[in-house]
Design a protein around this ligand. Structure first.
Ligand SMILES: *Cc1c(COP(=O)(O)O)cnc(C)c1O
Length: 380
């Protein structure tokens, strides 16, 4: 856990590049030292250096937790072992029997977790499709609302301020998974959310070399409860991985700017392609989903790509393409997926920092090969 005290007037890019600098008072190391020690000597009985045991607090982790808190306009930041452990940590706050509302289009792993909690009889989850639907389903019994915006993978946007006001009217907390836009493009706490979670594996880490999660709040009460829960359950980020996350965060703004710039060009190019039936891009961030004319074309299209890597995950410097139906969202029952538009012709792109022209060329040549493949099948 970390509490931020020294808010500076620096701009975001400056704060990011400076993460951890001056944290080593002893030697002046510019790159944050990696404290591998599990335990810390007590100067005397009842005395502490501020660090006793690394599950409770670790100097390297504290640097990244402070940075995460500042970045998301909160005062309490927690770095966890994965995005899913961040989500799990938040749900540790609620007593058995609590009722939740979650956005319908949701990361498959979060859906799987919510389903498991429901099956175990611990919590109840209901899902909403729009802000109006959310307002209709909210009741005095709702403990919290959990949402993603834009949603994964259909890019539906939900107004966080409206959702926060609606939740507050019923005394419910608002939890936002801000993985897709990051605090560079969207700060949910500033819009009224109570808790922000991240899969820091994605944009925050940014290099596809790290699993990490983050939880941030500005509430003293929630901050204390989260700290106690994390110390109790123990899914903290290791000191080495904390260092990797610090290194990734330093370039977050640069990366997001380039990735978004590339994504805008890619989305515009995709919209001109006759083989592309529909493009889902909210004109912000670097995640794009699109539908091919026919689901049968997916396999040839994927095999024809040379630059995009066919792999799960997102947010890294390398561009990836994902097939949600069999990868990220396979745990959502097929019938349910199709009912809200996650159909077998849908592909999801995570646009990296490569040159946009190369990315567009790769998509175009793969679409061309796919349409040629169609012609050949017809001739046969
Ligand atoms: C990947 C992802 C998660 C889960 O994070 P992990 O780091 O893979 O555990 C949660 N939410 C969203 C939106 C994600 O994309």
């Amino acid at each position: 856990m970390s509490t931020t005290t020294n808010q500076t007037t620096w701009q975001e890019a400056t704060k990011l590049a400076q993460i951890g600098n001056r944290s080593d008072k002893q030697h002046g190391a510019v790159s944050t030292p990696i404290y591998l020690s599990a335990t810390y000597a007590h100067p005397g009985l009842g005395q502490s250096t501020g660090f006793d045991y690394s599950r409770t607090a670790n100097p390297t982790r504290q640097v990244v937790e402070t940075a995460l808190a500042q970045l998301e306009n909160g005062r309490f930041g927690f770095a966890t072992s994965s995005g899913m452990s961040a989500v799990q940590l938040v749900f540790e706050l609620f007593p058995a029997g609590s009722k939740f509302l979650a956005s319908r289009d949701l990361y498959g792993g979060s859906y799987r977790y919510f389903d498991a909690l429901t099956q175990a009889g611990r919590f109840q989850f209901a899902y909403f499709d729009s802000i109006d639907d959310l307002k209709q389903q909210l009741s005095q019994e709702t403990a919290a609302v959990f949402l993603e915006t834009p949603t994964n993978p259909l890019m539906n946007e939900i107004d966080i301020s409206q959702a926060a006001a609606a939740a507050k009217a019923y005394g419910a907390l608002l939890i936002v998974d801000n993985t897709f836009l990051t605090p560079i493009l969207q700060k949910p706490l500033a819009l009224g959310a109570d808790i922000v979670v991240h899969s820091a594996t994605k944009f925050l880490g940014g290099h596809n070399d790290l699993l990490a999660g983050a939880v941030i709040t500005d509430s003293d009460e929630l901050g204390e409860k989260l700290a106690a829960a994390l110390n109790t359950t123990g899914a903290v980020l290791s000191s080495f991985d904390s260092w990797l996350l610090i290194r990734g965060l330093k370039t977050l703004k640069l990366r997001m700017t380039q990735q978004e710039k590339n994504a805008k060009k890619l989305a515009a190019a995709l919209r001109k392609e006759p083989l592309v039936k529909e493009v889902f891009y909210p004109e912000k961030g670097s995640m794009i989903s699109f539908k091919l004319a026919k689901a049968e074309q997916v396999s040839v299209f994927l095999a024809s790509l040379n630059l995009f890597t066919f792999a799960e995950s997102l947010g890294g410097v390398e561009s990836l393409i994902t097939y949600p139906s069999t990868q990220t969202h396979a745990d959502i029952p097929e019938e349910l997926r199709i009912s809200y538009g996650l159909t077998a012709d849908l592909l999801r792109l995570s646009i990296g920092i490569e040159d946009a022209a190369d990315l567009i060329d790769d998509i175009r040549q793969a679409l061309w090969k796919t349409s040629e493949g169609d012609k050949n099948t017809r001739i046969r």
